[in-house]
Ligand binder design. Structure first.
Ligand code: NAD
Ligand code: GLY
Length: 359
């Protein structure tokens, strides 16, 4: 088992990475203060892993909340089910919420933990590749609003993150590709050598080769932990983790939550950000082509949905969380492995980039 640390002073926490972590006696218990826990999962993950987790928690009073699966349910109505269960079973302030599932479950459980009795402990047990390399680390929690992705939420850090790589074996290939989008993102923004490694190892990653997947998770989590320790609340460098996301969130909102997976939208969004960086003359056409090939090799889309007009992008990107004083800021590249967040891009270049989608 590998252990990384997210260094946030007295709110620091470990990220455990390994296979069969549920069965490690004492690992979970060492991060639980009280006698009561509430496991939150979805109706796809529950039949696969809930029994194993409950066995590891024998001795605790367990409440289970099984939510409907998918991005379309990342909303107030579903969140309320967590509060209903906590109150029905009289959970007090020493309770611990445990998120067992992908990023949707992790984001909602973390937000519920931030709000319940003004804040209780929670643990992340991410079961998708995307949540293991990104969403379970860093304390961004929340839900969607019909007008914008992740618009309601809180920064709230977990007590620990348990990444059991064995759980990936049941993940459908489309979800594996979605997770690869966030892994590729780390290479684009911060680590050109990692991009080269990804080019050589993409077939192994798509086949869920345990050695390759574990290495990709470790490298991704260590970059994320480093960035979060530097800038927990996204005053600066953390915004770079949103490379491709301004375009991607617009795609998800436009298509209807869950129609395009988050990672798919980020895949196409990263290619749009590469395209705009190339139009600005900040990266060469060879780098654009290379970046696009890496995204395509992960089985991800490299163009936005045909039905999406440039005007749709403009309207939806105007509610991005990086907009400041009405001004759109984007994460763009000055080279592969070198990102900036900037409002200083040419409006004609942006129009040409959005015209990858028909007017
Ligand atoms: P998800 O939670 O919807 O999971 C994807 C699908 O995989 C679901 O159908 C789920 O039931 C299923 N699943 C989960 N684990 C499985 C397993 N082991 N075997 C088989 N099926 C399994 O989606 P996701 O891609 O994990 O996460 C996307 C969400 O994460 C989005 O809402 C996005 O906004 C959010 N996100 C948050 C952050 C953050 O920093 N908080 C970062 C990136 C993404
Ligand atoms: N996924 C973006 C972040 O955690 O900041």
């Amino acid at each position: 088992m590998q252990c990384l640390n997210v260094d946030l002073g007295d709110r620091s926490y470990p990220i455990y990475i390994g296979s069969g972590l549920f069965e490690k006696p004492g690992l979970l218990a060492s991060h639980i203060k009280g006698k009561q826990v509430c496991i939150v999962t979805d109706d796809t993950v529950a039949p696969l892993y809930l029994d194993a987790l409950e066995s590891a928690l024998s001795g605790y009073r367990i409440t289970r909340v099984i939510l409907p699966t998918g991005e379309a349910f990342k909303n107030w109505t579903t969140l309320q089910q967590i509060f209903d269960a906590l109150l029905t079973d009289r959970h007090d302030r020493r309770t611990t919420l445990i998120a067992l599932g992908g990023g949707v479950i992790g984001d909602m459980t973390g937000f519920a933990a931030a709000c319940y009795q003004r804040g209780v402990d929670f643990i992340q047990i991410p079961t998708t590749l995307l949540s293991q390399v990104d969403s379970s680390v860093g304390g961004k929690t929340g839900i969607n609003h019909p007008a914008g992705k992740n618009m309601i939420g809180a920064f709230y850090q977990p007590q620990a993150v348990l990444i059991d790589t064995a759980s990936l074996q049941t993940l459908p290939p489309r979800e594996v590709s979605a997770g690869l989008a966030e892994i590729i993102k780390y290479g684009f923004i911060r680590d050109a050598l990692f991009l080269t490694w990804l080019e050589s190892n993409m077939p192994r990653l798509r086949a869920l080769d345990p050695g390759a997947v574990t290495e990709a998770i470790e490298r991704s989590c260590s970059i994320k932990a480093e960035v979060v320790a530097e800038d927990e609340r996204e005053g600066g460098v953390r915004a770079l983790l949103n490379f491709g996301h301004t375009f991607g969130h617009a795609i998800e909102t436009h298509q209807g939550y869950g129609v395009w997976l988050h990672g798919e939208a980020v895949g196409a969004g990263m290619v749009m950000a590469l395209d705009l960086s190339a139009r600005m003359g900040w990266i060469g056409s060879d780098e654009l082509a290379r970046g696009k090939d890496i995204v395509a090799s992960a089985g991800l889309p490299v163009t936005p949905p045909q039905s999406m007009l440039a005007a749709d992008f403009r309207r939806l990107m105007a509610v991005d969380k990086k907009v400041l004083d009405g001004q759109l800021r984007l994460v763009l590249l000055k080279g592969l492995g070198d990102a900036i967040v900037t409002a200083d891009f040419d409006t004609t270049a942006l129009s040409d980039c959005l015209a990858m989608s028909p007017e």
